[in-house]
Design a binder for this molecule. Structure first.
Ligand SMILES: [Zn+2]
Ligand SMILES: [Zn+2]
Length: 154
């Protein structure tokens, strides 16, 4: 995996990094779905959230999707523009994976490169968690509530 993949804007789609329940690392399972590697809890990123909503509410417009899911108009438009939704647009012909050039039908990365991307994020999350645990126990001042709220409002 090269730096190009890292530079992709998938970060825009708010991705669950740590489990709300147990603070375990959330592992990407595909189509915007993540499972906690510790307690098996399920969460979604913005894409997963919108996708779930659209499966039950076909033909919803951007405002309706945004109101129902809390995902910003901007993010939803990005997803539509990138043809991330087979539901909305399945004509379009072939796209190419931005990392390896393989033919893909939706999104920006082929399945393998998308999985690689998420494995990298998860590895980084494990490292970050270890170093933040060390910091908290050393200083004893970083409140769990505070850091969670900070991540949420992003
Ligand atoms: Zn968990
Ligand atoms: Zn690829």
């Amino acid at each position: 995996m090269d730096a190009r993949v890292k530079a992709l804007i998938m970060e825009e789609f708010h991705r669950p990094v740590y489990c709300k329940e147990c603070n375990g690392v959330m592992v990407f399972k595909g189509v915007g779905e993540y499972r906690c590697e510790d307690c098996n809890g399920l969460e979604y990123d913005d894409y997963g959230t919108v996708r779930n909503y659209l499966e039950k509410n076909r033909g919803a417009n951007v405002a309706e999707i945004s109101n129902a899911t809390g995902v910003s108009h901007k993010s939803i438009r990005e997803m539509i523009k990138e043809k991330r939704f087979e539901i909305i647009d399945n004509r379009g012909g072939y796209l190419r994976c931005e990392a390896c050039g393989a033919n893909i039908t939706t999104g920006r990365l082929c399945h393998e490169c998308e999985m690689d991307y998420h494995r990298q994020q998860e590895a980084q999350a494990r490292i970050n968690r270890m170093s933040s645990v060390t910091q908290i126990s050393a200083s004893g001042t970083i409140g769990e509530e505070g850091s969670k709220r900070f991540k949420r409002t992003r």
